[in-house]
Design a protein. Structure first.
Lengths: 320, 262
């Protein structure tokens, strides 16, 4: 449904998006994850036809976003970071205007507006002036605006910002409900949001794609991602030194656990390696009693930090 | 076409839910009514004095009060428009850019041309709404004047003020599209209007080639003929090309928002 190839956007002083490629299948929810300023908004703006790319291509529903911009815009519902609201309109008037510029035929307009109001749960505020609504309601009006013409593709830039926890859950449910019949890209810097709503995640940092995978894969496989927790009865320093000798171990940290001379060790493992049996062999070989050995999955948060900090360390190294 | 109408409809709605349009129209009409009654009183008094003189000394020219009132009034009207049109157009793009709604328009299936024309037609409509009530005074005056007054002249004067006003709106729209600040937009377009006004003065000191060029460019010089009741095609073409240029530059400017860093 959406195909992005080598997309690059350079502004005068820096490159906001650097050779980004990804594909979104029909009916899928793709999460765009990255720290602020990573290039999420710029990528979305290119997809919606608001900004032209410096190089590379992007296609939505088979239409090029630059050459067939109007065709693409017909098929896209877009909620920018700041919802584009006319504050002195009522909710219904506003949605009516959006439906008109999005080419919704006159006979369907009323039903579409009704549907968007219901889906975003703002039917009771329909006659209010938008400027009188709270931040959360404004955000929902913005969301209704992106849905009102029943677009094939929905692009949401940080859709849950400014909402209270209950509203966040509602919006996530809404977004999940839209998947299947709509193809959705949403950006966020909130990690649980991605694992809760998205089928796949693009982690983007400094304009480059750091990883693309399902949230589950990212958590368990992609980066090896398994740390190991050990509990051994031994001298802490000696145990740490012994474990460091095992190939594949990147870092060990220890702390006393419970007494009786036991220490708890957190072993950070290189990506893609499983060293649990070697660790067990090493400890048993040393004759230390082993009380616990278990793999600890990295949370998406840790992977995210790892990916984005590695990237920046790398960038810092290359610029030195 | 549909997209343009949607934008037009939205702009009109915006003019009439916000107090701005009401305030501008009200200020304009109060000032216009004041000038109209003052000019009428002034010329009636002059005519009366001329009549007395005629009685005493004989001879004297006929005094055409309606034509004089109309000519002076439309002169004043052009100055009022010079001040007020920048306020009509200041928010047209600047406010949309500031609020981020330009992003909605520019990612919707409407072309930049449709956006610009929809907005421009809405501001022209407001100009017409502003000008129409002034016709009441003229209708009253002409209805009561002896001999029957020159309606054709009035028509030419309204055409002139409409063309001048539309040209000033085109300038204002352009300046609104280059900034996010309504204040900067109003200052720039007011400055441009003033410049067009004073270009005429420059023509008096400049050498002949420059003088005629400056004189030609002065948007207000072309207006004079209309106030005399003369519809000269070259003046109409001047304003039409002026309007076309303004709209064209606005379209380019809206298009360029995509290329700048938003």
């Amino acid at each position: 449904m959406i195909e992005v190839k080598d997309l690059t956007k350079r502004f005068a002083e820096h490159t906001a998006v650097d050779h980004v490629s990804f594909v979104v299948n029909k009916g899928e929810i793709l999460g765009f994850l990255g720290p602020n300023g990573a290039g999420k908004t710029t990528t979305m703006r290119i997809l919606t036809g608001f900004l032209p790319a410096t190089s590379g291509t992007a296609q939505v529903a088979g239409f090029d976003v630059f050459n067939d911009s109007l065709e693409v815009r017909k098929r896209i519902g877009y909620l920018p970071e700041n919802p584009p609201l006319y504050l002195d309109m009522t909710v219904t008037d506003y949605l009516d205007f959006v439906a008109r510029i999005k080419n919704v035929p006159a006979e369907k307009r009323r039903a579409r507006i009704e549907d968007a109001l219901q889906k975003t749960n703002i039917t009771d505020k329909r006659h209010e002036l938008i400027k009188r609504l709270s931040r959360g309601y404004k955000q929902r009006v913005g969301l209704a605006q992106a849905l009102v013409h029943d677009p094939e593709v929905i692009i949401l830039d940080e859709p849950t910002v400014g909402l209270d926890p209950k509203q966040i859950i509602e919006v996530r449910h809404l977004i999940k409900g839209l998947a299947g019949s709509h193809t959705i890209i949403l950006s966020t810097h909130i990690l649980p949001e991605v694992s809760m709503t998205c089928d796949r995640v693009v982690i983007i940092n400094r304009g480059r794609v750091a990883a693309i995978d399902t949230p589950a894969n990212l958590t368990t496989q992609l980066k090896g991602g398994q740390n190991v927790r050990l509990e051994v009865q031994a001298d802490q320093n000696a145990a740490c030194a012994a474990i460091r000798e095992v190939p594949g171990v990147r870092r060990v940290s220890g702390e006393p656990a419970g007494g009786k001379g036991r220490v708890a060790l957190m072993v950070e493992v290189s990506p893609g390696q499983d060293v649990r049996s070697q660790l067990a062999a090493k400890i048993v070989g040393k004759g230390w009693p082993l009380y616990e050995l278990r793999g600890v999955n990295l949370s998406l948060e840790e992977i995210f930090l790892q990916l984005t900090t590695e990237e920046s360390e790398h960038a810092a190294a290359s610029s030195n | 076409m549909k997209g343009m109408y949607a934008v037009y409809r939205k702009e009109m709605g915006h003019y009439f839910v916000s107090p701005v349009a009401y305030v501008i129209v009200a200020v304009f009409l109060i000032l216009a009514a004041y000038f109209f009654t003052q000019l009428l009183a002034l010329y009636i008094q002059r005519a009366f004095e001329a009549g007395l003189e005629e009685g005493q000394f004989g001879g004297g020219a006929a005094f055409d009060v309606p034509s004089l009132v109309m000519r002076s009034f439309f002169g004043v009207l052009s100055t009022l428009l010079l001040f007020l049109t920048p306020m009509l157009t200041m928010g047209v793009y600047a406010e949309e850019r500031r609020r981020g709604t330009m992003e909605l328009l520019m990612t919707s299936p409407v072309t930049d041309v449709q956006i610009v024309l929809g907005k421009f037609l809405a501001s022209i409509t407001l100009l017409v709404i502003m000008l129409l009530p002034t016709a009441i005074g003229f209708a009253y005056m002409l209805h009561h004047s002896e001999p029957t007054a020159p309606w054709r002249v009035l028509g030419s004067e309204y055409l002139g003020v409409f063309l001048l006003g539309t040209a000033l709106l085109a300038i204002g729209s352009f300046f609104s599209s280059v900034t996010e600040s309504q204040l900067i937009a109003v200052i720039l377009s007011f400055g441009a209007n003033l410049l067009l006004w004073v270009l005429d003065f420059g023509s008096q000191t400049a050498s002949s080639a420059w003088a005629s060029a400056l004189e030609y460019l002065s948007a207000f010089r072309h207006y004079d003929d209309f106030t005399r009741g003369v519809i000269d095609t070259s003046n109409v073409i001047f304003y039409l090309s002026f309007i076309f240029l303004g709209v064209f530059l606005t379209i380019r400017s809206v298009d360029s928002m995509r290329w700048r860093r938003a």
